[in-house]
Design a protein. Sequence first.
Length: 482
Amino acid sequence: MQRSIFPLLLVITIASSAARAQCTITWAHLSPYCDGTYARAIGAVHWTGGTPPYTVSVMAPGANVYMTGVMSSPFFIDELVSLNGSFSGATAYVSDDLGCSASLPMQNLDTHDAITEMYGMFDIDVAATDCSGGVYTVRFTDEPLYVSNIFLEPLSGYTYRLFKDGVVTASGALSTIFQTGPARLELPGLTYGQYALELNTQNGTAQSVIYCPIVHDFLFCVPKANDCQTNLRLRSALASVVGSGGLMTDGLRTAGLLPLVEPYSTLGYAYTGTTPGATISPNVLVLTGNDAIVDWVVVELRNVTTPAVIMSSRPALIQRDGDVVDLDGDPYVHFPVPHGYYKVAIRHRNHLGCMTAGNYLLNTDPCRSPIDLKANGVVTYGTQARKYMSVGGVVGGLNALWPGDVTYDGVVKYAGGSNDRDPILTLIGGTTPTNTVNNVYNGADLNLDGKVKYAGSANDRDVILQTIGGAVPTATRTQQLP
């Protein structure tokens, strides 16, 4: 059994009205206890003699407990255990400022450790048994850095329940899903859905560990058929359509202008590992609310050593809340590449793309926490790769892709050759700046409302000025992708 390297150290100053020259600990006991939710240390230290104020300490080689003081002997202990409470060998100490010093080994020391939680105890692996049939096996193996290993315990009395989409699909003795070589919990024959494995550790026998809380849930997902390699959850935002609460507008969808065929091949983008011309069903565009589709994007997995190398790229769809979903509406994007570490990049047809600075471990499980490119804590490659936006209803603001790349060349320019302003003017006719072109799906429509405007309110030209800084028309902003 692994034990914490931190000693249990309790130091309390005790006030008393009686003055004595010597002190003696008459009895001391300590034991771990689970109240159903938390692991606690319970016990007491009793002494006589000495002169107040007193210092009371309890030390053990394998626990870390913090307690508050009391006014007099006996000193009662009832405190939370911070992670791992192994009380074997614990000793109580009492002293005062005048030379009183006493110690006594603590009694009633339970042989159990007290573990305050089990989260992080397992590495969870989702592997296909039949990829084309969508059948998977999920394995729970020991996380070696964790403080305790459940596989060293007698599993008698432990039970489990497996939930799929909130409904119990299997249950029984934990020992029935235990396998060896290596030690693991194994759940075969699972199909697409969201799962929770519930372990009940209340009624075990001959256990060396008290687990608190007594019931633990481990969440994971199983992907669809043919999605048995690497799956990614990603979040991002397009700055030109971010509104209150951080939600993007879906004007192109509501106007019926979103194409059913991916648009990037016609813009000259060459996919890696994906056939051009991918399509979606009209049913994907029916969703409203936060999950309504805003537009098409491209997601790339890049080599961690040579970030300019694209290992795989896929067209995908971005929703109003920023979730990037697969073409069938799945809440993840599937890549036909092996599990491993990747940098993740996203592109849009008139916004500047960006890429993570860090490397992310991706595998089959699509329920892992999303890489959230909207979040301040996710660092991106390059300099100012995203636009920071202070948005009403979003504490701390959010980050979004810079808009304005009408020409889809990776540079936002207002003036000079190959600038992004001229295509807007050309599209509306060139001679009358107040003209408007309506009901189009075009890169010149920078605010994605289905209209191309050069002048007036909500025009597309101003978007370019805002991205380059506004004050110097010859300034540019370059996409931060290697």
